[in-house]
Design a protein. Structure first.
Length: 412
């Protein structure tokens, strides 16, 4: 039996990573912990510095949450979640400077430190679901990197580390297992390994979802599985849609910029088609590692494309002949942005093209939804003489300002 980091006994396994064959880190949850007992001064200092440094130089950056489940032959289970535990414990944004978080935790008195660690543990318990035969099982929660070389000599400073470990016993006679998390998490990569049979499964979960049922103690050839083709298609379709609505404000503003200067349906379709073809090309090429640009280049250019389209809307009342070509060029950039997100999610082996096509269709559905919502909001007024003065120009000015702000922000 080992000791928890705060001195309480636990049955946690050693601090090293679990044997999931999965890239790490690929995930980062979006939930924050409200810490009532941490000193007001410490909280104020952390939050003030977090706001002052929107783009910290040294922060753990997990876009998706990596989950590794090991169902052991001795009747126990281990579940590792890759998260920034320091940020979780202090209840601050996950992008906060990691050196600042580590310094804050080290300066806390022992009783306050124990309090934030315990509240972090309780938050995890509220927001994950471990079930055997549809019955919830309450696991032990530990932070195995704390007080180890993994955290003490990490390249990016950390006190509690980047792993939350859930441990417990598999109920006697259990026939199946599921894992899920609350909507406080973004998408999850979940890998399940059963030591007794060698069976495994990999799933990508949307916010609030549970894994498909994993059958226990079954022959290997009957249980080595991932989600069905239909479920995989639906999942990647949903992830593509969510990347536009509600998680893609830059892509939303670009599509709105196209919508505003096109009072007739045909010119709008030409632009949207050019944008779709272009980003589909670069999304596919980037997915197969044919082309690649770093986010530090792609993201400012995407923001600049938003500004360009919006400024053109203000300067000209008519759709220029070359605008679809410009939109096509910008679509190539946006496709690289989509590819960056897809690279974080990953594509299942054996269903690579299938999942890529589903994600791209989800993106198209999201764009279509943006156009439909815009049409519902102002479509009835598009033929009025005052439409440009009252809608197109002010809306385009606002979009241009936001795009310019993002451009500068992403270059800093």
């Amino acid at each position: 039996m080992l000791l928890k980091n705060d001195g309480l006994p636990t049955t946690q396994s050693p601090p090293g990573p679990l044997p999931c064959n999965q890239p790490a880190p690929v995930g980062k949850p979006s939930f924050f912990l409200s810490v009532s007992r941490i000193s007001t001064t410490a909280r104020a200092w952390v939050f003030a510095c977090a706001v002052a440094s929107s783009y910290p130089a040294f922060a753990h950056d997990f876009t998706f949450t990596d989950v590794c489940v090991v169902l052991r032959a001795d009747g126990t289970f281990d579940i590792d979640l890759t998260v920034d535990v320091d940020a979780l414990a202090l209840g601050v944004p996950q992008a906060t400077d990691s050196a600042l978080l580590a310094q804050t935790l080290r300066q806390l008195p022992p009783d306050e430190f124990s309090a934030v660690v315990e509240q972090a543990r309780q938050t995890v318990l509220r927001r994950v679901r471990v079930r055997f035969d549809d019955a919830p099982v309450r696991p032990e929660v530990a932070f195995p990197h704390h007080n180890t070389a993994i955290s003490e000599f990490a390249a990016i400073p950390t006190v509690l580390g980047t792993t939350v470990r859930l441990t417990g016993r598999i109920p006697d006679g259990a026939a199946n297992f599921t894992f899920g998390a609350s909507r406080a998490f973004n998408a999850l990569h979940v890998t399940i390994l059963e030591q007794l049979t060698g069976a495994s499964a990999k799933h990508v979960l949307g916010a609030g979802e549970d894994t498909p049922t994993f059958l226990l103690n079954q022959p290997l050839d009957a249980t080595t599985r991932s989600a069905s083709s239909g479920a995989t298609f639906a999942r990647y379709l949903g992830l593509g849609f969510e990347h536009i609505l509600p998680h893609g404000p830059d892509h939303i503003l670009f599509v709105l910029g196209l919508f505003l200067l096109s009072p007739k349906l045909a010119p709008l379709l030409w632009q949207v088609t050019a944008f779709t073809v272009a980003h589909s090309i670069t999304l596919a090429l980037a997915a197969f590692n044919v082309v690649s640009l770093p986010p530090s280049v792609v993201e400012p250019l995407i923001a600049l494309s938003i500004t360009y389209v919006a400024v053109e809307n203000v300067l000209t009342p008519d759709l220029k002949r070359g605008r679809p070509l410009v939109v096509f060029a910008f679509g190539l950039l946006h496709g690289l942005g989509f590819a960056g997100v897809l690279a974080d999610i990953g594509l299942p082996r054996g269903e690579y093209l299938f999942s890529l096509a589903a994600f791209n269709l989800g993106v198209e559905a999201g764009q279509a939804a943006v156009v439909a919502l815009a049409f519902l909001a102002v479509g009835a007024f598009r033929r009025h003489t005052w439409y440009r003065r009252a809608v197109i120009v002010p809306a385009s000015v606002m979009i241009a300002v936001v795009g310019a702000w993002w451009t500068v922000e992403r270059l800093l």
